[in-house]
Write a protein that binds this ligand. Structure first.
Ligand SMILES: CC(C)(COP(=O)(O)OP(=O)(O)OC[C@H]1O[C@@H](n2cnc3c(N)ncnc32)[C@H](O)[C@@H]1OP(=O)(O)O)[C@@H](O)C(=O)NCCC(=O)NCCS
Length: 385
């Protein structure tokens, strides 16, 4: 709790611990280190599910039957393409700008170009627009990556899964089964996570009865920050600075002495291991062993050991962003695309929670305690110092 100096009113800074809604979409237990979507533990979903099935689960509340999943997959396939006009305008953007800014702009372009999305007013049409966004976020992200590499975007391949098609649209090569499965798991793990900042931001926008594209673009804007999804890119850039684990430990010592934050550690809710970090760590080790390049993984593990030893008691432990980048790196993906990949997945959670909230909408409108001066006399311009 923080106390406002003027009115002696206590309030939780950063809305820590404040309950803003009820939900059936997912739950996070920060003490036990558990994450579940619609009651299904994240470890179970990572082992058995696919991103398509997980997105269906988040949106509809239960696991699909075979035919329901086929129908949902067919819908996603039908929505994968992004209009050429949007891609052309994206390639005309006055870059260099971050791929997350391009993605945010891409979603705004889709809203302007697509009449059906713009006028989505019923829950059903909003859900349809949301499913379209889930499909198109992957296409847009891959196209942005290609544009930044000065290569033409690649059209989606309907024969491939959501994860497989995403990797294909990034590189132009059909992925190996292991790469496709690992990307699928990464998308499952990022799909939803309680009332996190980007989910809350998109819900706030939706609660004003703005359109779903505007809500999702605010989610992207929020996710971009280094305290949220932007941390995954910062982690890999930090790891890549070092040649050896010993070098990394010198950096960690210095950072801790200067009270600097180490990217990929700490969490507002988890005060124990983030269950997603544990899964990512396993796959990061396996993939690094497979590619025969353990350098980044060994550096990461040394940093983890040191940070946990020194700050673990304070609940500062690896979060979802610490090991995910090593996996994307092993898949040959550029670091600037790591945070957009988070959005490719999280869009399912954003849509599910927006739709749930709109079932019984009430405008989000908190208050702030005014602590500035009062009753000031207006000074004419010529008398101001
Ligand atoms: C995620 C995060 C924003 C949560 O923040 P929060 O709940 O507001 O916690 P605070 O930033 O107030 O930190 C609380 C304390 O832990 C410390 N701390 C938090 N994260 C830390 C980190 N990554 N490295 C070192 N110290 C950290 C703070 O310095 C602060 O210490 P103090 O009490 O001595 O002042 C924070 O842990 C962070 O910035 N992590 C790094 C960025 C990151 O990985 N983000 C991805 C999150 S999934």
């Amino acid at each position: 709790m923080t106390k406002s100096s003027k009115q002696e009113i206590e309030f939780p800074k950063g809305l820590e611990g404040v309950v803003a809604a009820t939900t059936q979409v997912g739950s996070v237990d920060g003490i036990a280190g558990k994450l579940a979507y619609r009651g299904y533990d994240i470890n179970t979903l990572a082992e058995h599910s696919t991103y398509e099935e997980t997105a269906y689960l988040l949106l509809h509340g239960s696991l699909p039957t075979r035919s329901a999943l086929a129908g949902f997959h067919g819908k996603l396939l039908g929505y994968r393409t992004v209009p050429d006009e949007a891609l052309k305008r994206l390639s005309d953007l006055p870059c260099p700008c971050h791929p997350m800014s391009m993605l945010r702009s891409g979603i705004s372009l889709l809203e302007c170009i697509d009449d059906a999305c713009r006028i989505a007013e019923t829950q059903e049409s909003k859900q349809d627009a949301g499913i379209q966004l889930i499909a198109q976020m992957a296409t847009l992200t891959a196209a942005i990556s290609r544009i930044l590499e000065h290569k033409p975007p690649i059209a989606p391949d309907p024969a491939l899964s959501h994860a497989g098609n995403f990797l294909y649209m990034l590189s132009g090569k059909r992925p190996e089964p292991l790469a496709e499965r690992v990307m699928d798991i990464a998308l499952i793990l990022h799909a939803d996570h309680g009332m996190n900042a980007s989910t809350f931001a998109s819900m706030v926008v939706a609660s004003t009865m703005s359109d779903i594209h505007s809500a999702i673009s605010s989610g992207i804007a929020t996710l971009k920050g280094s305290l949220h999804g932007g941390a995954n890119e910062r982690v890999i850039r930090m790891l890549e600075q070092f040649s050896t684990p010993e070098e990394a430990l010198v950096y960690v010592d210095k950072a801790m002495a200067n009270k600097e934050k180490i990217m990929g550690f700490g969490h507002r809710v988890y005060k124990t291991y983030d269950p997603r970090a544990l899964i990512f760590q396993r796959y990061a080790r396996d993939l690094s062993e497979l590619t025969g390049d353990m350098k980044l993984f060994n550096i990461a593990e040394a940093i983890e050991k040191k940070v946990v030893e020194k700050l673990g008691d304070k609940g500062i432990l690896p979060n979802v962003d610490f090991y995910s980048g090593i996996i994307y790196h092993a898949l040959g993906i550029d670091a600037s695309i790591f945070t957009p990949i988070f959005a490719v997945s999280r869009v399912a959670g954003w849509v599910a929670r927006i739709l749930e909230y709109l079932e019984d909408n009430r405008l989000f409108r908190p208050r702030a305690i005014y602590v500035g001066p009062e009753n000031l006399a207006y000074t004419p311009m010529e008398e101001r110092q």
